[in-house]
Design a protein around this ligand. Structure first.
Ligand SMILES: Cc1ncc(C[n+]2csc(CCOP(=O)(O)OP(=O)(O)O)c2C)c(N)n1
Ligand code: SF4
Ligand SMILES: [Mg+2]
Length: 282
């Protein structure tokens, strides 16, 4: 399939933003998997990354800040024939959406979360996000961000999420592979994507990442939980990218008997039973 099937749109992103490479790679990944636009649902919250569904020709739902995961999971359960990808920033996914992130990891609905992690609130012009490094000075934190940064991949591995990866917008060859593996994985999958925000994060620049980011080698076994956790904790002078952890396990639908009869949206409605339930509220 041609990535052009997903359209070409004028974006509101700043020239040089890492989001461009991620969007282009996502189109190539989807085309490579032969997922037609009408079988794809992109769901987002609010932020620069969350504008991604606006720039793709497919089904889209742009919800509230921090709330990409609940509608994404609901849509997948209602129509399991859709490929559902939630896409949002580090603030949206791990800050205000933090509890939804935890719930999605526990539920294991078959969706993918692509978190564009620029370690800053881009859309609102540069306040510290949950992944901003401790001590980093921003306009809103002139004395330096006071809190210990959130480590999304370590938390996901602690929760034994079936597919946990870290990518980098500056290594699109690897990113394409990670996106395809994540989307193909049965169950909840996370790709945390390091994405320079050239306008509001002057610390974690392309050069800063390029100096530190490296690809995990053949010697890393993503099925080894302890090794994955050790790699997830590595974020400083060296930052590993690739598949950190993977484990096959039954997804939510396999544990939910009603879904054995097909997608909820396609099952017949028993109107008498429904009326009976509604009458209990009268
Ligand atoms: C309920 C709610 N809370 C807060 C905001 C303000 N807000 C919009 S985007 C954003 C942060 C965006 O940062 P991030 O999710 O990292 O995305 P980025 O813009 O960096 O891609 C915030 C705090 C909002 N719009 N709605
Ligand atoms: S503010 Fe940052 S994240 Fe937003 S479009 Fe500009 S460079 Fe990208
Ligand atoms: Mg951000």
């Amino acid at each position: 399939m041609d990535p052009k099937e997903f359209g070409e749109f004028v974006t509101a992103w700043c020239p040089g933003c890492g989001n461009f490479a991620i969007l282009k790679t996502l189109k190539a990944a989807l085309a490579g998997l032969d997922i037609p636009p009408h079988k794809l649902l992109m769901v987002s919250g609010i932020g620069q990354a969350a504008k991604t569904p606006h720039y793709l020709r497919c089904n889209g739902f742009n919800g509230l800040h921090g709330r990409s995961l609940p509608p994404a999971q609901g849509a997948k359960l209602a129509n399991g024939e859709l490929t559902v990808v939630a896409v949002s920033g580090d603030g949206c996914s791990y800050g205000e959406g933090g509890n939804h992130f935890l719930a999605a990891m526990r539920r294991n609905v078959d969706i993918t979360l692509l978190a564009h992690d620029n370690q800053i609130y881009g859309l609102t012009k540069g306040q510290a996000s949950p992944t901003t490094m401790q001590g980093q000075v921003t306009k809103a934190q002139p004395l330096g961000a006071p809190s210990n940064p959130f480590n999304p991949v370590a938390v996901a591995i602690a929760m034994k999420v079936g597919f946990v990866a870290r990518g980098f917008a500056g290594d699109t060859e690897l990113l394409l592979d990670l996106m395809q593996q994540a989307i193909s994985h049965k169950g909840f999958s996370l790709v945390d994507i390091l994405q320079p925000c050239v306008s509001f994060n002057k610390v974690n620049t392309y050069a800063w990442y390029k100096e530190r980011v490296y690809r995990l080698g053949e010697d890393h076994d993503p099925r080894d939980w302890s090794a994955a956790m050790a790699k997830a904790m590595e974020f400083g002078d060296r930052i590993p990218t690739g598949v950190l952890y993977r484990e096959e396990k039954p997804d939510f639908a396999a544990r939910f008997p009603y879904l054995a009869h097909g997608p909820l949206g396609k099952q017949p409605v028993d109107r008498d039973a429904l009326r009976e339930v509604m009458e209990t509220f009268a």
